[in-house]
Design a protein around this ligand. Structure first.
Ligand SMILES: Nc1nc2c(c(=O)[nH]1)N[C@H]1C(S)=C(S)[C@@H](COP(=O)(O)OP(=O)(O)OC[C@H]3O[C@@H](n4cnc5c(=O)[nH]c(N)nc54)[C@H](O)[C@@H]3O)O[C@H]1N2
Ligand SMILES: Nc1nc2c(c(=O)[nH]1)N[C@H]1C(S)=C(S)[C@@H](COP(=O)(O)OP(=O)(O)OC[C@H]3O[C@@H](n4cnc5c(=O)[nH]c(N)nc54)[C@H](O)[C@@H]3O)O[C@H]1N2
Ligand SMILES: [Mo]
Length: 788
């Protein structure tokens, strides 16, 4: 077994500055420091409820924003005047819920509206080496960035730089590269559609498809699977379908924390008599009861609604086996009563391809094999199948518990297979429904953030913009990290996000960023990625989504696409955090012009009037014809999807069954546990609000690993014991986090769980899915033992 020391040069490990906190007692710990004792108690209350209200009040008071915060909430997600909640991609209710907000959305918005500021005095007072030792909570807690800053190596400080000089630095660095492919342009999924379009246009006009994004770590698997099976990278259902379905299967989502407005739909479904089946190694809060977030009456009377009719604790990575078992039971029902309705023969014959081979594959799988791999008894799989067979209209929804595995693509395709059997695609109340993460991650892909774009997109872009886009596929997130490390990527630009902490193999990613000639971060708040910087570095502060964006032609709005393909306009109202902030589009226009001085693209005009960007987009993107008018309708518009109308634009012209073998989800070595990294209730990706995880009953602790009681006993561990967690990567290297606390949790034997981003230190650079290229963030092979 090799140690990580073999991958990271000795100098970097020993003394070279990385920008990461030096390993110490809080190794890997990025949350707030707390001297309060930790505790772990099972949570027995419904999700949302008063705990949520209390938690919101705490955040608002802490940020001293109670009044302004509350007024902003009233315009959040408002159909005409509001701004789009940056919290998650769950769609807005279009049936008159005007105040469709949730605890975590409020926390997220308040986080942006803090009155605290990081100004030039702050940077003058602290060297980067000093800031690197601050924890990440403290970095972000300094407040909003106020003016552009440039790294000065002589003083080891960020110093002010004018906007034009900053643009010139970016332009010169890019033009000095031997090849445009030596630059990478990262996006975090909150960038608006308009900014996205300008960003990818800049990259492509410059000459590269290197546009890695957070989606490469998030729903890449879903996009690839759905594209192959039904020729759309997105779900086909709308919120109306959620309201009309008779069964909902929810896999690998912690809805109460990560898509809280989904609780409303779950509660309404159960109330209507629909079946709601949660499939997850952990029984999360949304799989029990909730107080419907906007039903204040429920709050007052403590009346909770059920959000589940069945919970199935699957083995990590066992979802494909489980769903195949459901398909097997469907075939058995058909055989017992041929033509009795178990299968939709007419749909299968007219619209699908590859059915016979799929049937043969399912027949060949034994119940024993499926049950062992799923970690669920045959009886329980049959119970899930009965729900599916009894349901005229079914939806399958999923998130990271499915995608961040080696077999994520095969698993999502298996969902599609199961839906096809009963014609559950392209009609009311039925279909696939991936739960997206960032508020505009889906729109980013629609508008051109794709390192492997289609020829039809590039051809339309070239025709509209008069450029010749490169045809070589670009780098995704994993390949960009590799490129920065081997020296082939020299300039790294990030529009939002916190790359070094979000990406796998924290030290390796840090080394890559440190290796760059120039790193450029367009951000709202100080974060770790500003400290783990290249030889030259820029921090360019931008307006947040809540803020008023005024350009030469007047106040501007931008649009975002939710998880169900609705595109809406978002208008910020608040006074910007600083007069020096610029909008993301303005910053992009400035950098693009400095890079491409002779460009015929009207960068300045685009920035002056976003309608002109939308006009260009309307001629490039299918379904965006008349974009400016459509987006100004009260609820915006839904992007048309052929698959929703049962038009499957695959090469065969039909929906494709897939034929993947059942993967082995069980580690060869009995001592190895499968560790998943997930979010606590009190964090937004790399932003940690507190060290609590309310629905899992945890207080004041993030450096923990949840384990089954038997696995703890077998290792001689008791509640709260200090443990060392050691992962073994595919390349044989090992990584260890020390002195984490073992906490008993109701998880399957062999499964463990802890928090991202701390545990990214355990995900090796070589550990990504060969199907999706997604890092295996839910499937880390670890050994856990009492701390040395
Ligand atoms: N408040 C808040 N909201 C957010 C975010 C946030 O950080 N905070 N992040 C946003 C983003 S970018 C995203 S992508 C989403 C993420 O939303 P989630 O996917 O809910 O995110 P995780 O916290 O990673 O939780 C993963 C879930 O999958 C389950 N799981 C793990 N392994 C398996 C498995 O093998 N099979 C099954 N069936 N389940 C499994 C876990 O137990 C857990 O419930 O949320 C978005 N919304
Ligand atoms: N181990 C592990 N790692 C994971 C995951 C996991 O489940 N496990 N999940 C992965 C997933 S699903 C995702 S999506 C990625 C997330 O990866 P990222 O999107 O890169 O990370 P975030 O933490 O969402 O980014 C937060 C930063 O965005 C900036 N920001 C906030 N608002 C704005 C804005 O309006 N404009 C701009 N320009 N910047 C803004 C702020 O500076 C803030 O610090 O992480 C991935 N990493
Ligand atoms: Mo995500």
């Amino acid at each position: 077994m090799t140690d990580i020391s073999n991958r990271v040069p000795a100098a970097l490990q020993a003394s070279e500055f990385t920008g990461l906190m030096s390993d110490g007692p809080r190794q890997g710990g990025y949350g707030p420091s707390t001297s309060k004792p930790w505790s772990s108690k099972p949570y027995h209350h419904p999700a949302a409820a008063w705990g949520a209200a209390r938690s919101v009040a705490k955040v608002l008071i802490k940020e001293r924003e109670l009044f302004k915060g509350s007024t902003a909430m009233l315009t959040m997600n408002h159909p005409v005047r509001g701004f789009d909640c940056p919290g998650c991609a769950w769609p807005d209710d279009n049936h008159g819920v005007k105040l469709d907000i949730c605890e975590n959305g409020i926390k997220h918005v308040t986080w942006e509206m803090t009155p605290k500021r990081v100004d030039r005095e702050f940077f003058a007072a602290h060297t980067v080496t000093e800031l690197a030792e601050w924890n990440d909570y403290d970095l972000e807690d300094q407040g909003r960035l106020t003016e552009p800053m440039s790294y000065d190596a002589a003083t080891d400080r960020y110093v002010p730089i004018g906007w034009d000089d900053a643009y010139t630095m970016v332009g010169e660095a890019l033009r000095a590269l031997d090849s445009p492919h030596a630059a990478a342009f990262y996006t975090s999924g909150r960038l608006s559609n308009e900014a996205t379009f300008m960003y990818q246009l800049w990259a492509r006009e410059f000459g590269t498809n290197n546009v890695p994004d957070c989606s490469n770590m998030c729903h890449e698997a879903s996009g690839r699977a759905l594209k192959a099976s039904i020729a759309t990278g997105k779900g086909t259902v709308s919120l109306d379908d959620w309201d009309a379905c008779t069964a909902l299967f929810v896999l690998g989502v912690n809805a109460a924390s990560n898509a809280p407005r989904m609780l409303t739909s779950l509660a309404h479904a159960v109330k209507r008599g629909a079946q709601v089946v949660h499939i997850n190694p952990m029984t999360e809060a949304a799989a029990t009861r909730t107080i419907v977030p906007h039903e204040i009456g429920q709050m007052a009377t403590f009346r909770a609604s059920d959000t589940s009719t069945m919970n199935v604790q699957v083995r990590p990575g066992g979802d494909l086996a489980l769903i195949r078992g459901v398909a097997k039971a469907v075939f058995e029902a058909e055989d017992a009563n041929p033509g009795g309705g178990a299968l939709d023969h007419e749909f299968l014959a007219r619209f699908t391809d590859g059915f016979d081979e799929y049937r043969a594959l399912v027949d060949a799988a034994t119940w024993d094999e499926l049950s062992v791999q799923a970690g669920v008894s045959e009886e329980q799989i049959r119970a899930v199948a009965q729900v599916y067979l009894d349901s005229p209209r079914s939806i399958i929804a999923w998130c990271l518990g499915v995608t961040q595995h080696e077999h994520g693509v095969d698993t999502v395709r298996e969902f599609s297979n199961l839906l096809l059997l009963r014609g559950n695609i392209g009609r009311e109340g039925a279909g696939p429904s991936p739960i997206r993460g960032h508020s505009n991650v889906q729109g980013n892909r629609t508008c051109g953030i794709d390192h492997n774009p289609s020829e039809s997109f590039l051809a339309a872009l070239d025709a509209e913009c008069g450029i010749v886009s490169p045809r070589t596929p670009g780098l995704d997130t994993v390949a960009t990290i590799e490129g920065m490390n081997d020296g082939s990527v020299k300039v790294f630009v990030a529009l939002g996000g916190n790359f070094v902490l979000a990406a796998p193999d924290t030290k390796y990613t840090a080394r890559g960023l440190r290796n760059c000639e120039l790193t450029v971060q367009v951000s709202t708040k100080l974060n770790r990625s500003h400290l783990v910087h290249g030889r030259r570095a820029l921090i360019l502060p931008c307006l947040g989504r809540t803020e008023r964006d005024e350009q030469a032609s007047g106040v501007q709005g931008v649009s975002a696409e939710d998880a169900m393909s609705n595109v809406q306009l978002s208008m910020g109202k608040k006074k910007p955090a600083s007069p020096h902030l610029r909008s993301e589009l303005a910053i992009l226009g400035g950098m693009a012009r400095a890079t491409l001085p002779d460009s015929a693209t009207p960068w300045e005009e685009y920035v002056a009037d976003y309608d002109l960007v939308r006009d260009s987009m309307s001629r490039v993107l299918p379904g965006f014809e008349g974009f400016n008018e459509l987006v100004r309708q009260p609820m915006g518009f839904r992007i048309p999807q052929p698959a929703r109308e049962r038009i499957f634009l695959t090469p065969s012209g039909r929906a494709e069954f897939s034929h993947a073998p059942v993967p082995n989800a069980i580690p060869d070595d009995a001592d190895v546990l499968v560790l998943q990294t997930m979010r606590s209730h009190d964090q937004w990706n790399t932003t940690i609000y507190s060290a609590d995880d309310r629905y899992r009953g945890i207080k004041n602790l993030r450096e923990l690993v949840f384990m089954n009681a038997d696995d703890m006993r077998a290792r001689g561990l008791s509640e709260g014991s200090f443990v060392d967690v050691t992962s073994t990567s595919r390349d044989g290297s090992t990584r260890t986090l020390t002195r984490y606390r073992a906490i008993t949790y109701d998880l399957p034997v062999g499964a463990a769980a802890g928090y991202m981003p701390e545990m990214n230190a355990l995900v090796g650079a070589a550990d990504y899915s060969t199907q999706s290229d997604q890092p295996l963030m839910k499937n880390i092979q670890v050994r856990i033992a009492a701390a040395q």
